[in-house]
Design a protein around this ligand. Structure first.
Ligand code: S3P
Length: 265
């Protein structure tokens, strides 16, 4: 079957071209990152992704196996995002802040931008315990829940380049702050009590404010926690009136600046 052998050789040539193209592409991705950083340009440019998608759709028109090709490009783009994330952050990003400050929203957005894995602490704890946070508080008490948070933070030190979205109360324990800093930069997200109320008013998953959903109570609890939040934070970001993109851009800028100040870049 000489014909079959020839086809196999052709396939091998195709794979070599793909491999060469991919390696070249990854090198260019790194060059782009370096270029943006050296010139103080915006790191995040999601409109560029939209342009790439539009190009692909045009180029695929009339082609066979469109779905398969699209899936490959999706993976290629995810790979580029991961390369960018690893170049930017050699640590975990730990998001802290009051309930409704935007930790989950920003985590999701970081996942979209950089394909970083996200650990939602509350969600993971609830899943492992097989009950909601509200039920854990009710059945076992707050102390039990806080111990689970501490144990999870220790566990996450083995991971790298992960976004850790903490519960609002996680940084109130000093030992938690110590644990989160061992392998992470701590980002405090802030918002006015009015904004917080707007964001949490329809949820029933927050036992600490369930019966006190008003600006005064939220403002007071926030004030009580402020000192601890600020002490834990490596950087602070005010989220009122800003888009997720604005917030992430500010976060990346501040994190890079911190590295520079510490001589890590
Ligand atoms: C809490 C915040 C909640 C959850 C629990 C306690 C707090 O998380 O961990 O209800 O003490 O602020 P979110 O900040 O994600 O709502």
């Amino acid at each position: 079957m000489e014909q079959l052998e020839r086809y196999r050789e052709q396939l091998q040539v195709c794979d070599e071209k793909i491999l060469e193209g991919l390696l070249e592409r990854n090198r260019v991705v790194e060059e782009i990152m370096a270029c943006k950083e050296e010139n103080g340009m915006k790191i995040l440019q999601p409109d560029q992704e939209a342009r790439q998608d539009a190009w692909l759709e045009g180029a695929l028109e009339g082609c066979r196996h469109q779905e398969e090709v699209r899936a490959v490009f999706r993976e290629i783009h995810r790979g580029s995002k991961k390369i960018q994330a690893r170049r930017l952050f050699s640590y975990n990003i730990v998001l802290i802040g009051f309930m409704g400050a935007g930790k989950s929203t920003i985590s999701e957005y970081l996942n979209t931008l950089f394909a970083m894995d996200v650990v939602e602490m509350d969600q993971l704890i609830a899943q492992r315990e097989g009950m909601s946070i509200a039920d854990i508080f009710e059945v076992y008490g707050e102390e039990y829940f806080r111990n689970l948070e501490t144990a999870l933070l220790v566990e996450l030190q083995d991971r790298k380049n992960v976004v850790i979205s903490c519960g609002g109360g996680t940084p109130l324990r000093e030992c938690n702050v110590r644990e989160m800093k061992k392998n992470g930069r701590v980002v405090l997200l802030c918002a006015d009590p009015e904004t917080i109320l707007e964001r949490v008013k329809d949820s029933h998953e927050r036992p600490l404010i369930e019966n006190n959903k008003n600006v005064e109570y939220i403002g007071q609890l926030m004030e009580k926690r402020r000192e601890k939040y600020e002490a834990a934070a490596d950087i602070v970001i005010h989220t009122d009136g800003k888009s997720a993109l604005d917030i992430c851009e500010e976060m990346v800028g501040k994190l890079l600046e911190l590295d520079r100040r510490e001589g890590k870049r």
